[in-house]
Design a protein around this ligand. Structure first.
Ligand SMILES: [Zn+2]
Length: 286
């Protein structure tokens, strides 16, 4: 079996394919090529797409697209049950379509199918994901003066607070929630947590000013791919006025920052050891 080819990086939400594998116990269907973006089992930041799988006159609901993998011994593992990290040796990497309410009989190996992603939800997740990356770049920029030692830099050349402290990132429709650990090790690395806490409201305002100016720039944004397979490396790229930024990212993104009316964050330090950044995107009209 070949690794699944994917078309979501260019924004596709529909496609045709041939069924390669049906697992009725797991209620998972694998197709040779799919527009569905699966949740990554290694770093589950963006939820999998939902939509439909159509075979002839039968329409099945795809409740979630997930990563799947078949071992060289022929064992199928799905989502969180995959025992190795993405790309691990000895496995073929696939996109699984979880079917709600049982897989129809017509959906069998070799059958041609049409795949349709819920395009409205995908667009909202793409806005949420791009907003999440922009917010983290703005956060790095606004926290830059709080570092007393040199650390690695982010794609805009600012001290990489995101890379150092980010613990979890959860993307949802038109937004995201990121958690950052502000513990002892960050202080040891030279970060002034007290100075940060004392200036939280002012820094939140500056992040929002930066985000407003990026939205106003209507910069182009895209996903670059090294190949067509789900396992090939993908990167998000955005042509910000300060310069082009990019980093590895398996998710989906907007084509232009003109797709936003606004992006704003709120910072919460209710637990002084844990910064919670909540990002909200408002889509542009039309
Ligand atoms: Zn990403």
């Amino acid at each position: 079996m070949q690794s699944t080819r994917v078309t979501f990086p260019d924004g596709s939400t529909t496609g045709e394919g041939e069924v390669l594998l049906v697992d009725r116990d797991a209620s998972v269907v694998v197709v040779d090529v799919t527009p569905f973006h699966p949740e990554d089992h290694t770093w589950p930041d963006q939820p999998g797409d939902v939509g439909s799988l159509v075979s002839g006159d039968v329409r099945a609901t795809v409740s979630e697209a997930v990563m799947a993998a078949v071992s060289d011994e022929g064992v199928l593992a799905v989502g969180g049950d995959i025992p190795v990290k993405r790309g691990g040796e000895g496995w073929t990497w696939l996109v699984g379509h979880r079917i709600e309410g049982g897989i129809p009989e017509q959906v069998a190996v070799g059958a041609p199918v049409t795949l349709e992603v819920d395009a409205g939800r995908r667009a909202a997740l793409s806005r949420g994901h791009t907003a999440c990356h922009l917010a983290s770049l703005a956060l790095d920029a606004v926290l830059a003066d709080l570092w007393r030692k040199q650390i690695g830099t982010d794609p805009l050349g600012n001290p990489d607070f995101e890379g150092r402290a980010n613990q979890t990132s959860r993307i949802h429709a038109d937004g995201s929630v990121d958690e950052y650990r502000l513990g002892k090790s960050l202080r040891k690395a030279g970060f002034d947590s007290e100075g940060f806490a004392a200036s939280l409201a002012e820094r939140e305002e500056r992040i929002n000013e930066q985000l407003a100016s990026w939205v106003a720039s209507a910069a182009a944004s895209c996903v670059d791919v090294e190949g067509p397979r789900i396992i090939d490396r993908r990167s998000w790229r955005c042509e910000l006025p300060e310069g082009e930024v990019g980093f590895l990212c398996g998710g989906t993104h907007v084509h232009s920052l003109a797709e936003f009316a606004s992006i704003t964050v709120s910072l919460d330090l209710g637990d002084p050891q844990l910064l919670v950044m909540t990002t909200r995107a408002t889509p542009a009209l039309g």
